[in-house]
Design a protein around this ligand. Sequence first.
Ligand SMILES: [Zn+2]
Length: 223
Amino acid sequence: MQTGKMRKQRLSGNRHAGFGSQHGAAKGAARSITESEVRAGTFRQPAMQTPVLVLNASYEPINICGAKRALVLVLKGVARTEEEQGAMLHAARMRVAMPSVIRLLEYRRIPHQTRALSRKNILLRDRNACQYCQVVLTAAELTLDHVIPRSRGGLSTWENLVACCHNCNRRKGNQMLHELTDMKLLREPRPFSLHTSRHIMRMIGSADAAWRKYLYFESETAA
Ligand SMILES: [Zn+2]
């Protein structure tokens, strides 16, 4: 089913010989739109905002990114489109199918420690819930709390940072948890594991039928 696109790529000359010819489908299809055009935001279509599932070369789900970023990865030859959204990206005489699922062409090892320690990722791990009073708030209404306060040697690490509402943050102040009788952590903070992110992907992806077979990859192969 790739042969048409593969042929097109051969005719247009293989400028990226290093990437291997089996990846011709994604590159060939994308040849007419450049990476810089996508980056520059030439295409302001709703399809650009939709989430795209990112698979490792092994088909293991590893991330979710915006369609714009996914398209850049495909155009760079780093990933190929596995499933399409159905929407087409139009500009002048060009068309490219928007991806719904992409797969990295080279296997990427993802040690837990390399997951970026960021405010966004801490809130994602804690599902936007204050880890003391359990109230769920928007990202803007939450702050990060150092479980062991910085003033007492607490570090900014996965294990010492939690999502926290401003109320609890004020109440806790510079005290250690064992000094407070009325405040307890909902759960022990841990690094963002692949398990956690898969769980999140299941929730986000539950509406997208095209994602399902990749998200339940494990149980399907086990059966
Ligand atoms: Zn709270």
